[in-house]
Design a protein around this ligand. Structure first.
Ligand SMILES: [Fe+2]
Length: 286
């Protein structure tokens, strides 16, 4: 059976690539600390020696729109074009081509249907920065095949928080039952408090530091019950208009089955808090 070698849950910041690749004289002053933290975080994946990456993210209205909006979708393609023109233009992100793992996608799709998750699927998904940013931070050589899983965190009505947790728990079970000798890392990306385009965007810190403090504690401690007690689809509007991305962190807490994170780090950037968590369900070599 497959082994889950690492579970990573992280924010995804589209400015990291440009900040970290610009020459020293034009780097924002927070860059060096950011790069140090990202490189330390990358090491948590590297030492888990994965063969394949399950990537949980969310389309930012690049491919999926209100004419046909899936709640949960699995990509099932041999290759994925990655990043869009506006991400190139606004964030300086490179266009990428990521290898897929069709057999693993097909397995998760079939097994998910049989386990009560009627996933949508796409044989020609063009993924965006919710997948590429974590690749750039944790596996910049982009050499491993991926299975992308998209969740709806932007287009109401969305599934309930409990459903995201259940999906995480189900993915854990299904991946561990995959008849394969491959080493799987599952990397999910979401938001803490976040405001996009509203009056609290680009403030001196994230729009709701108190929410961020609680959210980081829930994730680091694997406190699924604590998060479920306080987080509802309605309550997530309060910390910022894009805070529903926290649902993907709840999904990842489900994958980790409520365990305490083995690695937790944060970085208070202006306008947002970056956060990095890793679990090793089967331990890891030092
Ligand atoms: Fe995003």
């Amino acid at each position: 059976m497959a082994t889950i070698t690492a579970i990573l849950a992280t924010t995804h910041h589209p400015f990291f690539y440009r900040a970290s690749t610009s020459p020293p004289e034009s780097r924002p002053d927070f860059t060096d600390e950011w790069v140090r933290k990202v490189e330390a975080y990358r090491e948590t994946l590297t030492k888990a020696k994965p063969d394949v990456l399950v990537m949980v993210g969310s389309d930012h209205f690049h491919q999926l729109f209100y004419d046909n909006m899936p709640q949960f979708l699995i990509g099932k393609a041999p290759f994925y074009n990655a990043n869009y023109y506006n991400e190139e233009r606004e964030f300086g992100l490179p266009r990428m081509l990521l290898k897929g793992h069709e057999a693993f996608s097909a397995y998760l799709l079939r097994a998910g249907l049989d386990a009560g998750f009627d996933f949508a699927f796409s044989n020609e998904l063009h993924v965006d920065h919710s997948i590429t940013c974590p690749i750039i931070t944790t596996r910049p050589q982009a050499d491993l095949p991926i299975v992308p899983i998209y969740t709806n965190i932007f287009a109401p009505p969305m599934p309930q928080p409990q459903r995201f947790v259940q999906l995480g728990r189900t993915l854990r079970r299904l991946i561990e039952a995959w008849p394969s000798e491959e080493r799987v890392a599952i990397i999910g990306t979401g938001h803490l408090s976040l405001e996009l385009g509203g009056p609290r965007q680009f403030g001196p810190h994230g729009p709701d530091p108190e929410f961020d403090r609680k959210a980081v504690a829930w994730i680091a401690n694997g406190d699924i019950e604590g998060a479920l007690r306080e987080v509802t689809l309605d309550s997530l509007w309060e910390p910022g208009n894009a805070t529903h991305g926290f649902l993907d962190f709840m999904l990842m807490m489900g994958v980790a089955e409520g365990a305490k994170a083995d690695y937790a780090d944060t970085l208070d950037l202006f306008h947002t808090m970056e956060a990095y968590f890793t679990w090793y369900p089967n331990g890891v070599d030092a």
